[in-house]
Design a protein around this ligand. Sequence first.
Ligand code: APR
Length: 245
Amino acid sequence: MDSLILDSNTWLLVLTGAGVSAESGVPTFRGMSGLWEDQPVEAVASPEGFRKDPALVWRFYSERRKAAAAVHPNPGHEALVAWERHLGDRFLLATQNVDGLHTRAGSQRVVEMHGNLFKTRCSRCGRPPFEDATVYPAGAVPECDACGKLLRPHIVWFGEYLDPADIQRIEDFSLRAATSGGRFVFLAAGTSGAVYPAAGIVDQVRKAGGKTWLVNLDPAENSNRFEHRIVDKSGEVLPTLAKLA
Ligand code: APR
């Protein structure tokens, strides 16, 4: 297996998806066949779904909060912490996962592109997102104590845009990496490459002359755009893949 050298010349951007949390026991999106209680996840994780039945949406996310709080980071998460500690500000982790496991494992340079299960925000006023691990009882819909409107999970739903600040942070890092004179490397792990803009990062890196790696249990939709492809479990591959020099 090729080895990934992480030395003082390396700039590393990592993208993770649900597959990295799968070995912690968190079901993947496509693994759930996209259903929850026989409803398509899109029907619940969407602005329309929230408008139609906010109590159902809060039940969905309260159940996911409870499940995520009960699991623990796995060796795949821990390997990424070690890489970050080795590379410092030449490392950035962009994750599509909302389970908070990267932060719980010790990752600090994390962009949570799709939000975080354990944050809540007002659906109307500008009140900033706040930490909230509450598992709300069935039927409950919390209200904003500033404006009285409904609170919502701080999650990027289907049909919503990502936070421009998050996109900017990834682009700024990639530009610094590409113009550093060092070696720009992009590694994606545990993601089906089904959702943009995350699935398009590999193309931007290649355009910038970076090297690309994919660690995924199945072929991803954008597999053929990666130079190095390892079809295996991230929790088994990541701890031994990189040579820290
Ligand atoms: N190790 C590595 N890869 C794995 C593992 C594992 N142990 N288990 C599963 N996988 C792979 C699967 O083969 C699959 O290709 O992880 C991928 C998970 O893909 P998805 O379920 O599509 O999850 P993800 O790519 O994160 O979805 C992206 O889509 O549903 C939306 O917003 C949601 O963030 C999510 C986005």
